[in-house]
Design a protein around this ligand. Sequence first.
Ligand code: NCD
Ligand code: ZN
Length: 339
Amino acid sequence: MMQTMTIKSPLDMHLHLRDGDMLRLVAPYSAEEFAGGVIMPNIAPPITTMEALHSYRKRILQACGENLFLPYMTMFLKNYDDAFLEEAAAHVIAMKLYPAGVTTNSEEGAKNIDSLEPQLKAMEALNIPLSIHAETHSHNLFLREQNFLPILEYIAKKFPNLKIIFEHISSKEGLKLVADYENIYATITLHHMTLTVDDLMGEKMNPHLFCKPVVKTEADRDAVLEVALNANPKVMFGSDSAPHSKEAKESALASAGIFSAPALLPKLAEIFEKHGKLENLQKFVSDNARAIYGICPPEKLVLLDKSEYRVPATCKNQKAEVVPLFAGERCSWRVLGVE
Ligand code: NCD
Ligand code: ZN
């Protein structure tokens, strides 16, 4: 008998849709299968005004076409005044904090946390969650997340009512911090559940698997996978699908970011089934996020069945081309339809 499953309103709680030709190319992959997603603000220039936020939201909806997809907008956290934060509160799901220089388009990010304390205090009072790229900009690439943990801990203690989202968590030390603090939650990507540094560069260097935070050891990967499979209520799915053109990736100075949107739900179903945890997928890709953020996404039923799906080898339109995660690979589940 054919095995099928229905996921109610899947959500991608960390998503880069970019702008222009790239937005038009990548948005449909997310919008066809997800009911909504948290849209990262690090386009160029980053989203820092209400005007930019509203017009970006419009461009996203346009790029989603007929698909039912709710973009949950974020803004790039800067030294905003209280009145601005109060106005923004009604229009954003979170403020995104990028330490300066840690990743794509983060140059305008925070140089130190002290300077943002008035904003964090106001956000705590206004109930605006803090979404955070938890890495330092220091020398050891593999320890950048770990080295950021004391800062995260400081924020969690100083602002106990601030909801903190530890984005794309990638290390077992990071997971321990999430367990230790009531106000710290985390998003988990497909790639941090499945890849290690050996996949990235154990044999040949594969720039399409290069991202920040960088994929780590087997022990880290397994720890991340385990909390995801168990749908631990402190974690939720956020793909961090972050497309860069094929050209920018297959170059001497490859950009960081993995484009995973075309592989997400089929691959997640495959992994959860393989580990006998299919019954937890609904929580991981939707229910946990609803509870953590207190949101009620549009109703969308996504039907999957256990039959072969092949991730596209490349995704392109006339103006842009990007190579997805697991390009050309087979997957044992596919999305059959959406209601
Ligand atoms: C992201 C991007 O390209 O925008 N890159 C990445 O490696 N994940 C930014 C980010 O989330 O760090
Ligand atoms: Zn990201």
